[in-house]
Design a protein around this ligand. Structure first.
Ligand code: 7PM
Length: 280
């Protein structure tokens, strides 16, 4: 596994864990009446996350919330494209990740400077494999039970949750390789919360190191997720300590990218873990 991942023109050092800051560009987070996304507000939040140590900014225009309504290609492009372009232009060396499942959004975002594709559907939408292959940037393949966030939590069932996710990811790695995406360009993510019960999520964290057998860098998203709410009985805004505990456990088991809302606190946790890891 290479220690530096080339994300378009920007290198990502994976010798120590890196933090990916979450930037939602759905109109409910940054809008003036719910119709458009404010590029200024997005840039302001991005500058703060970069100053706090985020190496990657994950720009997402489709809400993957269970029960959320689907977004058209044009609407997602309208939300994401101006923000991707502005960040890539104004804030190098941060890497822009585009959180999308749509081929056209991948193509356009990478043309505007995105250096990473983050797809919660692992390139299963029409044209996505080819678009990602042509884009030439790294891709994070995430596991989701089924392919629709609206129904994924209805009755999640696994024989063995870690083995089943491993099998799924292995299949998607093969599909990527068949589409001409080099093995060195893939990242994997077990998809905490995406079609999993609380016990499934806890088991995935308990056994996270098993995914290293697939030979790819691991990206982990646990920030403020409902598994923390369920264990601790905390509302979303009270889940930072739980998020940091899980982020640290993920680092300890070899995860290399931590996707987080609270960048400053997550960077501190990761740095503390790394200091202990490397002292001699
Ligand atoms: C509602 C429910 C809002 C869930 C937002 C979410 C991941 C991701 C998301 C992840 C990767 C969230 C999720 N989660 N991409 N996108 N891995 N690669 O909590 O775990 O941010 S959206």
């Amino acid at each position: 596994m290479s220690q530096v991942l080339q994300c378009a023109d920007r290198p990502l050092d994976l010798r120590c864990p890196q933090v990916m800051g979450i930037l939602n560009v759905t109109p409910d987070s940054f809008s003036d009446g719910g119709l458009f996304v404010s590029v200024d507000a997005a840039l302001m939040q991005t500058r703060r996350m970069v100053a706090q140590g985020a190496a990657i900014i994950d720009v997402g225009g489709e809400s993957t919330r269970p029960g959320a309504t689907a977004v058209s290609v044009q609407e997602e492009l309208d939300r994401v494209a101006p923000v991707v372009e502005a960040i890539a232009r104004e804030l190098p060396p941060v890497i822009v990740s585009v959180d999308t499942s749509k081929a056209a959004v991948m193509t356009e975002a990478v043309a505007l400077g995105a250096g990473l594709i983050n797809d919660v559907r692992a390139l299963r939408e029409p044209g996505a494999l080819q678009a990602a292959s042509d884009a030439g940037v790294p891709v994070c393949l995430m596991h989701m039970a089924g392919d629709d966030p609206r129904s994924m939590q209805e009755d999640p069932h696994y024989v063995d949750v870690v083995d089943d996710i491993t099998l799924f990811l292995r299949g998607r790695i093969r599909a990527c390789e068949a589409a001409g995406i080099p093995a060195s360009r893939l990242l994997l993510d077990p998809g905490f919360g995406f079609g999993k019960r609380v016990t499934h999520n806890l088991l995935i964290m308990q056994r996270l190191r098993e995914f290293l057998a697939l030979g790819k860098p691991l990206l982990i998203g646990v920030s403020r997720k409902s598994m923390i709410g369920a264990v601790l009985d905390r509302a979303a805004h009270e889940r930072l300590p739980g998020s940091l505990a899980l982020a640290t456990m993920a680092c300890q088991q070899g995860a290399q990218i931590i996707r987080a809302h609270d960048v400053a606190a997550t960077v501190d946790a990761v740095k503390m873990w790394h200091a202990v890891r490397t002292v001699s």
